[in-house]
Design a protein around this ligand. Structure first.
Ligand code: HEC
Length: 174
């Protein structure tokens, strides 16, 4: 076995000395149970993770006008943030994927909205507000009546038109 050269030894000693005394960047800090509870939970396609709550299409329309329409257009069409409702196809040269023709699950739409929207204040919607605005978007998609109500039980029961349009990959390790 060869011995480390003097130069390598010196460099190693220097590194160890640095590691022992270096200040850490202090980027992280412990999260409190209360803060943790406020963070959005992951919601799975089958509805696992959805918190209790409730929202109507009517409440969702009001909320949408106040918090979403400026970027997504009055009825989910023609907004600078991209439209949410499409009257086009999802394949071909003029493809136009949106909630009503592309998203496979209403539950993951809820999850995305809760954690990422409105883009200027992500995470600011309560669970009830997220149920309401999702109800309005599903009403605009023709999937929920005008007097419709969503909660943690009825949302996973919505069947999105493109549910079977995806190839699923089993990402679990063998
Ligand atoms: C300040 C502008 C802005 C506001 C306000 C806003 N959004 Fe968005 N939204 C965007 C942008 C930009 C994207 C595209 C971002 C991306 O694809 O990562 C987006 C994407 C989305 C998507 C995904 C669309 C898709 O099919 O990929 C949904 C759903 C959505 N927004 C819902 C909402 C809802 C509901 C509200 C109101 C509670 C809202 N947004 C408010 C800018 C905004």
């Amino acid at each position: 076995m060869s011995m480390p050269s003097a130069a390598t030894g010196a460099a190693l000693a220097c590194l160890l000395a640095f590691a022992a005394h270096a200040e850490t960047p202090r980027l992280g800090q412990p999260i409190s149970a209360a803060e943790l509870a406020r963070l959005p939970r992951s919601v799975f396609p089958d509805g696992r993770g959805l918190p209790p709550g409730r929202g109507t299409v009517a409440d969702g329309e009001t909320l949408y006008d106040q918090r979403c329409a400026s970027c997504h257009g009055p009825k989910g069409i023609d907004g600078s943030g991209g439209h949410l409702i499409s009257d086009g196809a999802i394949t071909g040269p003029d493809q136009d994927p949106a909630i009503n023709n592309y998203w496979p699950y209403a539950t993951t739409l809820w999850d995305f909205t809760r954690r990422a929207m409105p883009m200027n204040a992500p995470g600011s919607l309560t669970a009830d507000e997220t149920y309401a605005v999702t109800a309005w978007l599903l009403h605009l998609s023709g999937l929920l009546d005008a007097d419709g109500v969503l909660d943690e039980k009825t949302l996973p029961a919505i069947r999105m038109p493109n549910r079977d349009g995806f190839d699923w990959i089993d990402a679990r390790r063998p």
